[in-house]
Design a binder for this molecule. Structure first.
Ligand code: GLC
Length: 807
């Protein structure tokens, strides 16, 4: 790794160390227990929210504004010399004698030294307590005892973010901050509820300290002073807050504690940013709750035990699959950063990051896909979300585009043809992991036409079969699915404004799910259903073959007038990535066609630098074209960017074609740490540990800029592509299949996989260093036929040693 890069990975301790806070954009980490959430950057910027960043945003973060990456979780330290500094470097930006930030699963740590004081600040949220713990350790490295003024500061947001952006001038009259001596905390009550009864669930927010509070502020403007900002609050300059409380205005939590630290001594203290539920309904009760929480949190040893609970949660989650690989850059991505990001997208879908405002709630298709990567590590969580998603399916079989489990707003009912198709894929992933098919017999209501209430009910199996009826009722003139407002690709709806456009991608996806449902029907002994599904599958595959082949690749769609999109006859968008990869995934087309199609991808779409572009050439936009495909400039977003999500399916397709080196090439060029090095930090900009949604493509001068970071479908599918198609540890309904695909030069790898209650110790050997397929498997030293470890061989609690030889 080039010495000049401002970060290093510490694989043994499972963290990244960032050594310069001045990055091209914030590099963030998520802290969460599933109820209280936060993200924090390497410079301490970030925000916290309770359940929903739309309805209960606890602190502010100005996503689109300068100063960049602010505000956040700020600590100000002021010694006798009057110098003010922060362990996070920001907001004061005082030059420090040493500084580093570390991100690891669920926790961020900042270690800084100024003069004789070394500060370590850890921020985390533990599973059992709805609180952001700020654990601050201050070491006096000098020979004299010192007095330090320590200020902790957060800016509160109007909890309802729509109100914050639209109506803050009025709604700020409905707020209250007060200092509660017993809790040793500033409390913040948001009382703007009479328009919006859903806010009944909003929390009483508090910001408290473990140490006695010397002074405090609940009024941001009093803490800051006129025309100042977080970089130089007047209270910190003065060395004391004003004890402000407020009944209207802009709220904050600012706590000042004065600490004495003897020479060589260590002082540890905490700030706690938390919430107690149902503040509006039962305000006095919520205050009692805050006092009780603060008393519990201040007990000796509590912070350490919370940190240990957090570590246990992650150990269990990451322990489901750990791999030792010859290449450390790949190993850490597969075993740590990728599953970690899958948890984040599992929680936030496409909703909230340092760039995304958090207004998007749950994308239906997005969440189905995100949960596929949760299904193999935490099938219980995935099943819970799946039950919710299937309860959002309408009686005619279609599924909404977006839904809002927390906000309880009506779902968005517009038809994007692909939305229901992701349900069977998620169901299949869950069942393959658990082997417990009773899920299919559970009864779930349908979503009523008002898009919010429930109506009737059917078993999950009936729900899934209903999708086929919906698809059959929505076929176009070529016999393939109508696009309606879009397929996976939102903007493809542009070609279907009159409702006659057809999607070949959705057709391929439909073939794939007919296969999955057929497999389930056979397992259930429903032979007539299995036969019906097989017939539909053949019919759909035949419809594709009759109209989709363009000569050297698969076409993408038909527009309202039946004109092929994604054809060599088109001026723009001649070739699109997804129908090439999905032909392989769905098994439609001859091997020769599919090899040719993927060769065309390599030739026309692969940048060789940082991924495969989504289509080529990019469509010209306004003002060049009177009716452009989209407003995206060429090389951006849906119009010829490296759309990373779509790259994942190309990796899987090449793996299925058995072309190991190609599959690994496509995988490696997206591994963020490698992509960043290929492109260069100042151009790439994004985190070296988290996938992005897209990287600007070669047709644009900003080629290589990795943007829309963190919350992206890339996360889940890179996780699946790596673990199930490259390492080839693939759960199936009947057991665990081993289909490892090694790049040239690897002599093997080992992995531990917890599967259906067993620990599988997997040793894959490739003595020829030349990839190949499994030629021999032994289970506990005994030769095993085929490459499926059947469910019958898996006994709960057993440790099974599997050796696979590739040749
Ligand atoms: C964005 C959307 C996702 C969609 C994709 C392609 O990532 O969040 O829902 O599938 O774009 O259009």
């Amino acid at each position: 790794m080039p010495a000049s890069l401002p970060y290093q990975f510490d694989d043994a301790h499972q963290h990244i160390t960032i050594t310069d806070p001045r990055l091209p954009q914030p590099w963030i980490n998520y802290l969460s227990n599933g109820t209280l959430h936060a993200f924090v950057s390497q410079a301490g910027g970030g925000m916290a929210w309770w359940k929903s960043p739309l309805k209960n945003r606890i602190t502010r973060y100005r996503q689109y504004n300068l100063p960049l990456d602010s505000p956040g979780f700020y600590v100000y330290l002021k010694g006798a010399d009057g110098i003010v500094w922060s362990p996070t470097w920001r907001p004061v930006e005082t030059p420090l004698d040493s500084w580093q930030a570390q991100h690891q699963p669920g926790l961020s740590r900042f270690i800084a030294r100024k003069g004789s004081v070394e500060a370590t600040l850890e921020l985390f949220i533990a599973p059992g307590e709805n609180v952001v713990v700020w654990d601050l350790q201050l070491r006096n490295l000098g020979e004299l005892s010192i007095a330090l003024d320590v200020f902790g500061y957060v800016e509160f947001c109007l909890l309802d973010w729509k109100q914050d952006t639209d109506w803050a001038c009025y709604v700020k009259h409905n707020l209250q901050t007060a200092f509660d001596r017993e809790a040793n905390a500033v409390t913040y009550l948001y009382r703007h509820f009479h328009f919006n009864p859903q806010l009944a669930d909003c929390p009483l927010v508090y910001f408290g300290a473990s140490e006695p509070v010397t002074s405090f502020d609940g009024d941001r403007d009093v803490f800051m002073g006129n025309y100042r900002d977080e970089r130089a609050p007047v209270a910190v300059e003065r060395g004391a807050c004003s004890d402000s409380e407020m009944l209207c205005g802009d709220p904050c939590g600012a706590l000042h504690c004065r600490l004495e630290i003897p020479a060589g001594g260590l002082k540890q203290m905490q700030f706690f940013l938390g919430g107690e539920p149902e503040a509006i309904v039962e305000w006095p009760q919520a205050l009692v709750g805050v006092r009780a929480s603060m008393a519990r949190l201040r007990q000796p040893g509590k912070t350490a035990s919370l940190r240990a609970e957090l570590a246990q949660w992650w150990d269990r989650h990451l322990g489901v699959l750990r791999a030792e690989l010859p290449d450390p850059d790949i190993a850490r991505q597969i075993s740590l950063w990728s599953p970690m990001q899958s948890v984040h997208t599992g929680r936030y879908s496409r909703s909230v990051s340092q760039h995304a405002a958090g207004v998007r709630t749950l994308g239906f298709r997005d969440t189905c896909q995100d949960m596929i990567a949760i299904a193999y590590r935490d099938p219980r969580w995935a099943s819970e979300v799946f039950r919710y998603l299937i309860s959002q399916q309408y009686e005619d079989g279609h599924a909404p585009h977006q839904c809002n489990p927390v906000e309880k707003l009506p779902a968005e009912s517009r038809i994007h043809i692909d939305n229901p198709l992701w349900l069977p894929m998620l169901a299949h992933a869950i069942l393959a992991e658990t082997g417990d098919f009773t899920l299919l017999d559970e009864s779930v209501a349908w979503l009523a036409e008002d898009s919010i209430s429930a109506v009737g009910s059917a078993t999950i199996w009936q729900h899934l079969l209903k999708i086929t009826e919906f698809m059959e009722a929505n076929l176009g003139s070529h016999g393939v699915p109508l696009t309606h407002n879009g397929d996976w690709n939102d903007s493809i709806g542009k070609f279907s404004k009159k409702g006659r456009g057809e999607s070949l991608f959705a057709a391929q996806q439909y073939v794939l799910i007919l296969g999955l449902l057929g497999e389930l029907a056979t397992l259930r002994g429903e032979t007539a259903t299995a036969a019906r599904l097989a017939t539909l599958k053949e019919k759909q595959a035949a419809a594709i073959l009759a109209c989709a082949w363009d000569g050297a690749w698969w076409r993408r769609a038909f527009d309202d007038d039946g004109v092929a999109i994604g054809s060599s006859a088109c001026e723009y968008g001649k070739i699109w990535l997804n129908t090439q990869s999905w032909a392989v995934l769905a098994g439609v087309g001859s091997p020769a066609q599919n090899l040719q199609a993927m060769d065309s991808v390599a030739e026309l779409l692969d940048t060789g630098l940082c991924g495969i572009t989504k289509l080529y050439p990019g469509f010209k936009s306004f003002p060049d074209a009177p009716d452009p495909y989209s407003g995206y400039s060429p090389g951006c977003g849906e119009n010829g960017a490296i759309f990373c999500h779509a790259n994942t399916w190309a990796i899987m397709a090449e793996a299925m074609l058995g072309r190991a080196d190609k599959a690994w090439h496509y995988y490696r060029q997206l591994v963020p740490h490698l992509a960043l090095q290929n492109v260069g930090l100042e151009r790439y900009k994004a985190e070296p540990y988290a996938y992005v949604s897209n990287i600007i493509g070669p047709e644009n001068p900003k080629y290589g800029w990795a943007n829309v970071t963190q919350v992206t479908g890339t996360a889940a599918w890179m996780d699946i592509a790596a673990t199930q198609y490259l390492l080839g540890i693939r759960p199936e309904l009947g057991g665990l299949r081993l289909v490892p695909l090694l790049p040239t030069g690897w002599d093997g790898f080992t992995a531990t996989r917890i599967f259906r209650g067993c620990t599988l110790a997997i040793d894959v050997r490739c003595p020829e260093l030349a990839g190949g397929t499994v030629s021999e498997i032994s289970v506990n030293g005994i030769s095993h036929p085929g490459n499926l470890i059947p469910a019958s061989a898996l006994h709960v609690g057993a440790v099974i040693h599997i050796t696979a030889i590739l040749a």
